[in-house]
Design a protein around this ligand. Structure first.
Ligand SMILES: Cc1cc2nc3c(=O)[nH]c(=O)nc-3n(C[C@H](O)[C@H](O)[C@H](O)COP(=O)(O)OP(=O)(O)OC[C@H]3O[C@@H](n4cnc5c(N)ncnc54)[C@H](O)[C@@H]3O)c2cc1C
Length: 567
């Protein structure tokens, strides 16, 4: 490739290469990048039936879209042009790309041409020159970037799908179905842009679960070792706006498009094989139900993917050496009450961990001094699959002078802990009764709220009536306050009562002052229905008192399940 045709790294790419010390390697590889399509690749363009294309919306967010057609729908007639043949090209009916083409004056576009079966990828970036419905879409190519076969899962098209005519689901935070699609996926395409240059779509692959869904608004993308040029991360150095697409190729045909802001975390990621992380904050998503027109068959996984993420997909066997002890990485933390005394921690493990809402996990922690501690914390998350999850959330109160809780609250980076067991009986799913009761009563004090929270979260989509009574000394210490006040149950039958025991403190409307008493329980619980189970958690004296009150209210002991946290 001659000097004129040389791709020149932009400022963001140079910054990224500098941070990772890969400038010399990048300079060598630069010779492979160009400003025009390699003639030897024209045929690759013509053979494809699926291409991933980026377009910008009016707010400048890059949407990555699946564009399809019979072979020949994409053409490269010369080195500077890629054409989507209008009469052969199909878009998903409600794909934002269609609005973007119509309404957005910024016509920068990027495509990635993938031959999954041969593990070939090739990117072409530039400007959309001409657009008119049913006419050809002409991409004026300014950058052409070949990619290596790393992390590409081999798959091939085996037929066409009967596409569903179901309206798309949209939102500002991911729906459960969108999360499921992301967690099952082993391939995604990431759209980014250089604000002063071109847009770009790059490929990312891993085992299912390699993209970690931290919450409905946050994804973590591990960055496995690449070529050191940092074309994607270089763009993110200059502009956080990014887009992702997930396609359920072999299964439902669901397509999830997500846009948001992506931030780089250099050199501190602890996922196996991943030197860096991208933290992706979701701004908007669109889920197209069963809309991807081709049905695929998986051939095999890339054999260079790190083990991270393995075990999340049903098609992948658990790793052989047994589950425990298992290393988990603390990937996120967040204050859960106004006073900041309680924090939520998200932990990630490379294997599927079987757990049930209400159960706790026991860990070994190694302090910086080398001292080892063993502690248990309730798992406050609900597993995304019936067999378990590869991640869990724990919610820990900082105990003044407490060794383990102080260590977690002050932890920086991504420390590792050893999960040594999951256990506990305080769960409506473990009562030995095959079906859930009609009513679940949750009574807690202080940090004893944690198993109740997991149970309440898990019952949201069921018909179970939940009565939740919680007591706290100070309102500012109450964890999950916001979530609980807006916890919507599908059947509308969630009843929450909060009491604050401090005699002086002003209390919010709706909050009851004082301890949980027999009278309070009598007024709040509907005990004439005999199909209920009660769960109590908190300090020892509280648990004993509440058990006694329930007994006085003629609740059978067999319906009462308790747990005390021993500090
Ligand atoms: C089944 C189960 C589930 C649990 N779930 C949760 C949960 O969801 N969330 C949660 O926050 N906790 C939970 N716990 C409690 C948790 O296991 C820890 O005990 C807690 O986090 C405190 O640990 P620590 O190491 O910080 O405190 P530790 O170092 O064990 O100290 C505990 C307390 O003793 C005091 N102390 C320590 N040493 C001394 C000393 N020499 N003299 C006087 N006082 C001292 C400390 O100040 C502190 O208040 C659970 C416990 C169990 C058994």
């Amino acid at each position: 490739m001659g000097g004129e045709n040389l791709y020149l790294f932009h400022e963001g790419e140079r910054i990224a290469q500098g941070k990772d010390g890969t400038r010399a390697v990048a300079n060598r590889l630069q010779l492979h990048l160009g400003t025009s399509i390699d003639v030897g690749r024209f045929e690759l363009f013509r053979e494809q039936r699926v291409v991933y294309a980026l377009s910008l919306d009016e707010d400048g967010y890059p949407w990555v879209s699946e564009v399809t057609g019979p072979a020949g729908f994409l053409d490269a007639p010369d080195e500077h042009t890629a054409i989507f043949r209008g009469e052969k090209t199909s878009f998903l009916p409600e794909d934002p790309i269609l609005t973007n083409f119509r309404t957005c004056s910024d016509r920068r576009m990027a495509i990635i041409v993938m031959d999954f079966e041969k593990r070939i990828r090739y990117r072409a970036n530039g400007n959309l020159e001409a657009y008119a419905p049913d006419k050809d879409y002409v991409l004026d190519v300014a950058e052409a970037i070949p990619g290596c076969p790393k992390y590409i899962q081999r798959r091939r098209i085996v037929g066409q799908r009967q596409c569903m005519e179901k309206p798309v689901t949209r939102g500002k935070s991911l729906s459960a179905e969108a999360i499921e699609a992301i967690e099952k996926s082993n391939t995604t395409f990431l759209g980014t842009l250089n604000p002063n240059g071109h847009c770009d779509v790059s490929h990312r692959g891993g085992f299912p679960g390699f993209i970690v869904v931290n919450s409905a608004v946050e994804l973590v993308i591990p960055e496995y070792g690449g070529n050191g040029m940092f074309l994607t991360l270089g763009n993110l150095e200059l502009c956080s706006r990014a887009g992702l697409i997930f396609v359920d190729f072999e299964g439902t045909g669901n397509v999830v498009q997500v846009v948001g802001d992506a931030f780089l975390e250099w050199k501190n990621a602890e996922y196996e094989g991943a030197g860096r992380l991208i933290r992706f904050h979701v701004k908007q998503f669109v889920l197209h139900h069963g809309a991807s027109p081709y049905k695929w068959e998986m051939i095999d996984y890339s054999d260079v993917i790190p083990a991270h993420g393995r075990g999340h997909g049903e098609d992948l066997p658990m790793q052989g050496k047994g589950l425990f002890p298992m290393e988990m990485v603390l990937v996120d933390s967040q204050a859960m009450n106004e006073s900041g005394t309680t924090k939520r921690f998200t932990l990630w493990g490379s294997q599927l961990i079987p757990y049930t809402p209400g159960q706790y996990a026991t860990f070994t922690l190694t302090l910086p001094s080398g001292k080892e501690l063993q502690r248990s914390w309730t798992i406050t998350s609900v597993p995304t699959a019936s067999a378990g999850d590869h991640k869990m959330e724990i919610t820990v109160k900082h105990m003044t002078g407490g060794e383990a809780s102080t260590y977690l609250h002050e932890a920086e980076g991504y420390p590792k802990v050893q999960l040594i067991a999951v256990g506990g009986e305080l769960s409506p799913y473990l009562s030995g009764v095959p079906e859930l009761p009609r009513q679940v009563i949750l009574i807690s004090a202080g940090i004893g709220i944690t198993p109740m929270m997991a149970i309440a979260r898990s019952l949201r989509e069921t018909d179970v009536e939940v009565t939740f009574i919680h007591s706290e000394r100070h309102e500012k210490d109450r964890a999950f306050a916001d979530e609980l006040s807006s916890l919507n149950f599908s059947n509308g039958s969630f009843k929450l009562t909060t009491t604050v025991t401090d005699p002086e403190e002003p209390i919010n409307p709706g909050v009851v002052r004082g301890r949980i008493t027999r009278e309070l329980l009598q007024s709040k619980l509907k005990l004439e229905n005999h199909d209920y189970q009660a769960y109590i958690c908190g300090p020892g004296k509280f648990v004993r008192d509440v058990r006694e009150f329930l007994s006085q209210l003629k609740v059978q002991a067999s319906r009462v399940h308790t747990e005390e946290f021993i500090f």
